[in-house]
Design a protein around this ligand. Sequence first.
Ligand code: ADP
Ligand code: MG
Length: 368
Amino acid sequence: MTGDQLPSTSKRSGAPVSLRSVVKSFDKYRAIDDVSLDIEPGEFITLLGPSGSGKSTTLMMIAGFEQPDTGQVLIDGVDVTRVPAYRRNIGMVFQSYALFPHLTVAENIGFPLKQRGVGKSEILERVSRMLDLVQLAGFDARFPQQLSGGQQQRVAIARAIVFNPPVLLMDEPLSALDKQLRENLQFEIKRLHDSLGITFIYVTHDQKEALVMSDRVAVMNEGRIAQIGAPETLYDSPASHFVASFVGEANFLKPDAITADAKGAVIRIGDATLRTGGPNGAHDGTLCMVRPEKLTVRRPGGGADASVNMLQGTVRDTVFMGEMIRYVIELPNGALMTAKQPHRAGTPILSQSEPAAIEWDVADTRLV
Ligand code: ADP
Ligand code: MG
């Protein structure tokens, strides 16, 4: 322990973490189906996916609480696949706070240091720094049951980083908290990541949380990584229908025909022609995708220029939400599109059953 830098006084570098062709089955069920992943030192990466997609199992294999059937786990370049959890020196925070109820806040936070044989005065000093870092100065003598859920989770985080681990794993740490607190803590955890500089591997099923917090997001589905990338990349260029529908809100239009010309894909829906801005590979069941906030809803009439896609429809629902108007618009083929229109002077609000023209940029159109 001696010579260790305290996280609040100096920026430590995190360790890289890699998974190589990891497979993990429970009985006959492949919970993790050939996952490879390279996490950069100091990165904030989030595993995002629906329940049962394999997020926790992946985290448990990095922590050492589960072992892969085949494949390797590397931490800081070292193969730790067969190294037990207690020798990996990794911090971990779970959804349930898992604090020791009979220990005070200070004793909870100091516990990993005591286990590692750190001297009393150093424990006191480090615990006090941790309390400052998670904004719980003055709470040291309280017991967990005297704290709110958010405060308990801050203690759990402090306990997970007090021993300066190069990697911190967090499994849905905020999902037991109410919305407001969750949003506050998202920013606190992000700030903590910035000040510590260690590698954060975060698990959530909440796509907004993943977008807000992460350098990169790995979207998981059925034990595989469906796509990995920066939040903007996943949002703007989803690689599949699954990613497009799991990350953000999306309209999917079923083309009657897709052809191609020199400028790219040409999508026919009824008597309308749409063009795309992204990759143009069409496959069986290809859908045309556009996000609701990309759409402009106006009264019909006037032409559209070549950089814009346009469809005609009928307003089925108008909801005034303050900062925006949310429309549901029915196309001639019966398909429904959702539009989120910023509420601005000069933008008319169309009412139910009015005819509408929907326009959006060709560059905001994707095939998935
Ligand atoms: P997530 O965290 O994404 O919700 P998990 O990693 O917990 O998903 O689980 C992935 C799959 O593996 C699920 O189908 C789950 O039921 C199964 N699973 C996880 N842990 C066990 C276990 N210890 N025994 C049997 N099945 C398990
Ligand atoms: Mg889980």
